[in-house]
Design a protein around this ligand. Structure first.
Ligand code: ADP
Ligand code: MG
Length: 312
């Protein structure tokens, strides 16, 4: 992979990896595109880090291949120089200062001092650059590791469980870096348990269980696949309004849960929601006066994830 050639995609193609009898990955295929943030989600031991290690060239797969622009590529020095990696467990030389630690990586990657200063500012550690790492908090270490991973402005940023140990400030830095990479049409591959935190920042969710890919979809397609009900709450107008005709009409088609006299809840599939709105708001319906407001609650991504893990 020549260092300047444009990457139009990176593909894991039918990757299999065994450790003795254990099949850690079993025919996993997925793709990352420029400007895309792809999340590897799955329980502990699912194979997320193994997949990442294969892309990093730390493990060789037993089957399948890494492809770029449609062709098989070796994970060689040139390709590695285009990757930035934040490991799951960060280990530094404790007696070095943050600056010296980063300088070590900067030298190896031919990165200039000016860029180092820029990155230190970026991760909010400039005031602590000369301090020994032994005095850094967990969050500061994570930020330093994130800074090291972006030093050489890699085309693909690989973040293994980046949110663990990050405080609010660290999360802010992480979001800013992810936004920059997206804006610059670079790629991000990220593994995490924290679906709630990452939901709005991810383009594709790849759910892995026991070495198998069970979903690889954008947020909307993932919701469709899980087909969990959407909860629609109608809050009703006060006592003088007659709710009964509306309730009767709704009950003909839907299962209606009443919460005292003040609100009702109806659970619908996503393709039933238009029918529900038509039923309630039909222009010739006098019953709509019974409704004060409505609230639509989509299932949380966390629930969708649990559901897909259980059902597939
Ligand atoms: P995840 O990152 O999703 O938690 P891993 O990829 O670390 O999962 O691990 C997947 C499976 O492979 C686990 O059962 C793990 O114990 C096993 N595994 C990972 N690396 C090795 C290794 N170097 N030697 C033996 N087994 C391994
Ligand atoms: Mg892992």
């Amino acid at each position: 992979m020549p260092p300047t050639k444009k990457m139009n995609n990176i593909e894991f193609h039918k990757i299999t990896k065994r450790f003795g009898k254990l099949r850690a990955l079993d025919g996993v295929s997925l793709e990352v595109l420029p400007g895309e943030t792809v999340l590897l989600a799955g329980p502990n031991g699912a194979g997320k880090s193994t997949l990442i290690n294969i892309l990093l060239g730390l493990y060789l797969p037993d089957g399948g291949e890494i492809r770029i622009n449609g062709s098989r590529v070796p994970v060689d020095k040139a390709l590695k120089s285009r990757m930035g990696y934040l490991p799951e467990n960060v280990a530094f030389s404790e007696n070095l200062s943050g600056w010296s630690m980063m300088a070590f990586f900067a030298r190896a990657r031919g990165v200039k001092k000016q860029r180092m200063r820029e990155v230190f500012d970026r991760i909010g550690l400039s005031p602590h650059a000369k301090r020994s790492i032994s005095g850094y908090s967990k969050g500061m270490r994570q930020r330093l590791a994130l800074g090291i991973s972006i030093l050489h402005e890699p085309d693909i940023l690989i973040l293994d469980e980046p949110t663990s140990g990050l405080d609010q400030e660290g999360l802010g830095v992480l979001w800013a870096v992810m936004e920059e990479w997206k804006e610059k049409q670079r790629m991000i591959l990220i593994s995490s348990h924290d679906l709630g935190l990452l939901e709005k920042r991810v383009d594709k969710f790849c759910i892995i269980r026991s070495g198998h890919l069970i979903a690889s979809d954008g947020p909307l397609a993932l919701r469709d696949k899980a087909a969990l009900p959407i909860k629609v709450y109608f809050s009703l107008n006060g006592e003088d309004a007659d709710h009964q005709p509306l309730l009767d009409r709704l009950r003909e088609r839907f299962s209606v849960h009443e919460h005292e006299d003040t609100s009702i809840q109806i659970n619908v599939a996503s393709d039933e929601i238009v029918t529900l709105m038509d039923t309630v708001f039909a222009s010739d319906s006098p019953d709509r006066a019974a409704i004060h407001s409505l609230r639509v609650m989509e299932p949380e991504l966390e629930h969708i994830y649990e559901h897909l893990l259980e059902s597939s």
